[in-house]
Design a protein around this ligand. Structure first.
Ligand SMILES: *[C@@H]1O[C@H](CO)[C@@H](O)[C@H](O)[C@H]1NC(C)=O
Ligand SMILES: *[C@@H]1O[C@H](CO)[C@@H](O)[C@H](O)[C@H]1NC(C)=O
Length: 347
């Protein structure tokens, strides 16, 4: 008797499995001929051929079929086009002395805490704009005024970080940019980093703030130099490196205090890695340099030539991996993230 019950059970179960298999085949067959998967399942499950009694099994079956067919929900956003339809080309920039931060904020309502993402498509890259800063409020205002609409026309997902050096020690642009890189990566895994001087404003939105397979130099010309490259090999002002490229060269050196040298140091690091600097065409990579006197606290670095000589020996130990600093505050303003940092002073 006991033997019979277990055999009968197995037989009954086998029947159910056969039925299940048949139902699945029929469902799959119906699904291929019907656009509306869900309806067809409901229809077929109501007919007598689905004699699967086990309700949970049947539910599982329906769920599995629905998942397999990937029932359409919201239509997927497409990737943004290679060339944004919003670009305007060369523009005559204006710098109104009456401009206020409130005005710039109200012109950029879609920016939140310095960050923007296009609604109409998936941005091709996520880009962090890093701006080293101290006592340059008016330049920062002009830059934000032009840069936010410029980046939005390029359909980028981006955020603007202002890295403010605290205290009165000599300015160190390169170390502030290392800090910006490290701090921005705590917010998001950015694909691309733009290292941006505060006093350079791009004139043509075809100058794309995207990273390339090679490190990119974006300032071929500026009004102050008659729109010519300052010198052969110049790699300053505005540069674009991917997260990985910047890591590969161990970032900037931390040892350049005062004006000059740190950008040549970065070029040497790039060249030591056998990377090749690329530039957009000269008629596109144009900037306006907003006039200013040399700041106090950013005197010419007389030591820069000596420092450049030792770069090939020290780059592995001096850079991102040795950048020590103390974050004093992170303020999330409407148009930028203000990272205020104590980076010490020259030894
Ligand atoms: C470049 O243009 C800016 C803004 O118009 C102006 O302040 C600056 O003096 C110009 N520089 C030169 C060298 O013409
Ligand atoms: C950044 O924050 C510091 C500390 O609160 C403040 O002194 C400085 O003015 C801020 N800078 C900018 C550009 O908002």
């Amino acid at each position: 008797m006991a033997l019979c019950t277990s055999i009968c059970k197995i037989l009954r179960r086998g029947k159910y499995f056969l039925l299940l298999f048949l139902t699945l085949s029929v469902l799959a067959w119906i699904a291929t001929f019907s656009g509306d998967t869900f309806k067809s399942i409901q229809f077929s499950s109501a007919t007598p051929q689905t004699s699967v009694k086990d309700d949970t099994l049947r539910e599982k079956l329906i769920v599995a079929t629905v998942l397999a067919k990937n029932v359409p929900t919201v239509p997927p956003k497409h990737d943004c086009p290679k060339e944004s339809p919003l670009l305007k080309g060369p523009m005559k920039l204006t710098f109104e002395s009456s401009l206020t931060l409130k005005e710039v904020e109200s012109e950029n309502k879609a920016v939140e805490e310095g960050e923007f993402e296009p609604k109409e498509c998936n941005a091709r890259q996520s880009v962090a704009i890093l701006i080293p800063h101290r006592h340059r409020e008016i330049h920062l205002l002009y830059l934000l005024h032009h840069l936010h609409p410029f980046l939005q026309r390029q359909q980028l997902h981006y955020a603007v970080y202002v890295i403010q050096q605290a205290g009165g020690a000599t300015f160190n642009r390169a170390k502030l940019l290392n800090v910006g890189y490290l701090e921005a990566l705590k917010d998001y895994s950015w694909d691309c980093f733009i290292f941006h001087d505060v006093d350079l404003v791009p004139e043509n939105d075809h100058n794309l703030y995207l990273c390339d397979k090679q490190p990119k130099h974006l300032v071929v010309g500026r009004n102050a130099t008659g729109y010519k490259l300052r010198y052969k090999g110049y790699f300053g002002g505005v540069t674009a490196l991917t997260k990985d490229q910047f890591l590969q060269v161990n970032g900037f050196s931390n040892t350049y205090w005062g004006w000059g040298g740190e950008d040549d140091d970065l070029r040497i690091r790039v060249e030591l890695q056998k990377l090749k600097i690329v530039r957009p065409p000269a008629d596109i990579a144009r900037y306006t340099m907003v006039f200013h006197k040399r700041d106090s606290g950013n005197e010419i670095n007389k030591d820069r030539m000596r420092l450049l000589g030792r770069t090939p020996r020290v780059w592995k130990k001096d850079g991102l991996n040795s950048c020590s600093y103390k974050t004093l505050s992170i303020e999330r303003m409407p148009l930028y993230v203000n990272v205020t940092v104590d980076i010490g002073k020259p030894s």
